[in-house]
Ligand binder design. Sequence first.
Ligand SMILES: [Zn+2]
Length: 579
Amino acid sequence: MTLSLGELNRMDRAAFAGALGAAFEHSPWIAEAAWQKRPFAGIDALHRAMVDAIMSAGRERQLALLQAHPELGASRIATEFSRQEQAAAGLGRGEPDAAVALRDLNRHYRDRFGFPFILAVAGKSRADILAAISQRIGHAAEVEFTTALDEVAKIGRFRLAALVADDDADGLAGAGERLMSEADALGAITEVPGTVTRTFLTPQHRAAAQRVLASMREAGMAASTDAIGNVVGRYEGARPGLPALLLGSHLDTVRDAGKYDGILGVLTAIACVAALQRRGERLPFAIEVIGFGDEEGVRFQSTLLGSRAVAGTFDNAVLERKDADGISLREAMVSFGLDPAAIPTAARRCGDVLGYLELHIEQGPVLEARDLPVGIVTSIAGAMRANFALVGQSGHAGTVPMPLRRDALAAAAEIILAIEERARNDGGVVATVGRIAASPGAANVIPGKAEFSLDLRSAEDATRLAVYADIVASAQAIALKRGVALTLDGTLESPAVACSDRLMAGIERAIVAQGMTPLRLPSGAGHDAMALAGLCEVGMIFVRCKGGISHNPAESITAADAETGARVLLELLRHFPRP
Ligand SMILES: [Zn+2]
């Protein structure tokens, strides 16, 4: 009968030892000792606990365990497991000469070491077995004692696979629910009660960072805060000091945000490391999970502060920027306990980093429309912002005839419609006028001044720049026709970033391995990956969100999609494409 891990984890000591007693020959004490280490996340963890019990049991019990094993090929066979294993290896069948040879070797072996020859015979032929005994008979006694215990451990692993059904093959069973409840807990850490609002270097940033640091440590990572206030957890690879694959996203939010933008990528990365740790897996590289302190740029009006510091592109001029209360970034860092002069120490060297992977909610409706839980990001749109200021002539709403007016707001309206028209005619760009102001702002006064913002994005920088040039030409023509003066200034420009072909292919393989259709899509929103692209190859996994809504309390994902995202990320880590 096969037991599930869940059932085993709930058993009392006697039942547990009874259920697993057969894993090791006549030695229920091993299961009894392992029982104390419940719950087990997988068969490997259970096996490790049992082997640990053997290794710490002392010489006498270890010897008794070895002596409890039947002789290979002997007619007197101790347990059902032994009989089946030996029969599968062709022992105990015909060929009397070979049987005699094995019996003689066995006797010779037992005389020499004081216990029978033990070998995990699964997959081995009779010839393999004879070769192994002939070779091991020449071992020094201590070496052979350890070798025999290793074989006992291997046999135990095979037997556990037959006794226990692994209901958590990848270590992520239930991860979706855990991710949702952890996102809820972090969402409750907010500057404004009733909303999710967590900006850079606030007490709420600190509280969220501390919670994430604790999760990182629980997942087996060495975790600390870096010089710009990012939290960084490191899970060593097969040996310490290997180059690291960076995973992460941001801990900060916009005002009145949702619970998943940013934080989902950090929590999912930690969940993957926790799964590796539970199963005792080390990869051929280190993993570093980073929770960036500032991506949204809400407090100091400058985005990607955390990831720019890691990429080594932090602009020190930003230190003098002030928040709405007149506190500079430099001052805020000092009162948070950080030293602005140490920011360069947060930067990574190219050779220490294998790449950067970020899982993030899509913030758009494409995956939902295609009925897919996850997607592969191809590029992050380049973005620019500009301010348009128009100066005409204010005047009395009742006395200035229409042909004589120089109405700045009407000119702005015509330009805004021209912007929309131009962007609509080009599938590769999105243009948004999100803010407008008119002055003097009275119902009975012709607006003499108007000002509005433009946000223009495209996955193709050339397209964006061409569309912007057209918009500027139209705006100038409209301003000239209407007799208003136009001034323009750009406030932010970030070029488009292409995701690495290698990482996209790796994500695609991971999605296919999970039985899903891979869909590639661009990201219209900016992400930490943009900054990291200056340091290393970047890749992004999108997770479906309801209605494509983000930067809003209505932001919503499902536990199942969160778990799928984690599965894809973990699959990718386990089969990471090396350069
Ligand atoms: Zn984000």
